[in-house]
Design a binder for this molecule. Structure first.
Ligand SMILES: [Zn+2]
Length: 263
C-alpha cells in the first residue's frame, strides 16, 4: 500500500486494515494535503523567487503553516483509524519502555473523542468519556475507580492548552484523582516544539507520533493589543520579505491561492 500514490478518492476508499504499520511523515502530510487539511509554506520555492502567500491565523499572528486534523478525524473515519493506529504503536512502545499500561483511554474533547475510542478499541481498553459542558469545562462521565489508569490522547499539540484544561478540569471536578492519570500525553502531531507541560502541579511528557514545527510570528503592522498578548512572538520574516498574507480558510479562493501560488 503506497499511500503517497493515493488521490482523494483513493484515500476515501482506503481500508485501514491495510495500513497496520508506522506511516512516514511524508505519508501523513500527503494524506492531509490531499484532503485539504494542511498547507505548509514552501521555503525552497521562496529561494527561487516564488513568494506565494503566508497565513493570517485566527490569533491574528502570521503563520507558515495551517493544519486542521479535526476535520479529517470527523469526516474520514477510515483515516482516523489509520492515525489511531499510529498512536497505538507509540503507546505500546512507551509501555515497553516502562510506562504503566492504561486501563482507559480518554480523547481530549471534542476533537479527539472518537480518536480515543478507536485507540481504546484497538488496544482492548476501556474508554473514559470526557465531554465539554455548556460552560466549556471538561468533565468525565465515566466513573473511574482507584485502580483505573487513564491515558489522554489528542490530535494536535501546539501549546498544550486543551490537554492542560482537560486535566485541570477533570481533577478539580473531583471525578478523577490525579493518581489515576498517567503523566504522559500521546498526540498525532506536535506542531509547537513542546516536550512537556505542567498541570495540577505535575509534569506531563508529550509523546508525538509526528513532529513538525509550524511557526507563529508578529506581523510588522500589529496592534499594541496583539503585541501585549504575545510578548514573545518574533517579527514575521515573511512579511519583512514582502510575502503577502491571507486567511487560508476564509474562502475557497483563499485556500486555492495559498496552496497553489508556489507551485
Ligand atoms: Zn507575516
Amino acid at each position: 500500500m503506497n499511500i503517497l500514490e493515493l488521490d482523494r478518492q483513493g484515500l476515501i476508499d482506503l481500508d485501514p486494515a491495510n495500513v497496520r504499520r508506522k506511516i512516514s511523515i511524508e505519508e501523513l502530510f500527503h494524506i492531509l494535503q490531499t484532503l485539504d487539511a494542511l498547507w505548509l509554506y514552501d521555503y525552497a520555492a521562496l529561494e527561487k523567487g516564488k513568494k506565494g502567500y503566508h497565513a493570517e491565523l485566527k490569533s491574528m499572528l502570521c503563520g507558515d503553516g495551517f493544519v486542521n486534523l479535526k476535520s479529517v478525524l470527523k469526516e474520514y473515519p477510515n483515516i482516523r483509524k489509520v492515525l489511531a493506529y499510529q498512536l497505538v504503536l507509540l503507546i505500546e512502545e512507551k509501555i515497553r519502555g516502562g510506562m504503566r499500561r492504561p486501563t482507559h483511554i480518554a480523547g481530549v474533547p471534542s476533537a479527539a473523542s472518537e480518536l480515543g475510542e478507536d485507540v481504546a478499541a484497538m488496544m482492548g481498553l476501556k474508554v473514559a468519556v470526557a465531554i465539554k459542558d455548556d460552560e466549556g469545562r471538561i468533565k468525565f462521565t465515566t466513573l473511574l475507580s482507584e485502580n483505573d489508569l487513564v491515558l489522554f490522547v489528542e490530535d494536535l499539540c501546539t501549546k498544550a492548552t486543551g490537554i492542560k484544561e482537560a486535566i485541570t478540569d477533570a481533577v478539580s471536578s473531583g471525578l478523577v484523582n490525579i493518581a489515576s492519570i498517567i503523566l504522559e500525553e500521546v498526540v498525532i502531531l506536535s506542531r509547537g516544539g513542546l516536550s512537556e507541560f505542567w498541570a495540577v502541579g505535575k509534569r506531563f511528557g508529550i509523546n508525538a507520533a509526528f513532529e513538525h514545527r509550524l511557526h507563529e510570528w508578529m506581523p510588522p503592522d500589529a496592534s499594541a493589543e496583539l503585541k501585549a498578548q504575545y510578548p514573545d512572538a518574533n517579527l514575521c520574516p515573511l512579511c519583512t520579505q514582502g510575502v503577502l498574507r491571507l486567511k487560508p480558510k476564509k474562502t475557497d479562493d483563499n485556500w486555492r491561492l495559498i496552496t497553489t501560488a508556489q507551485n
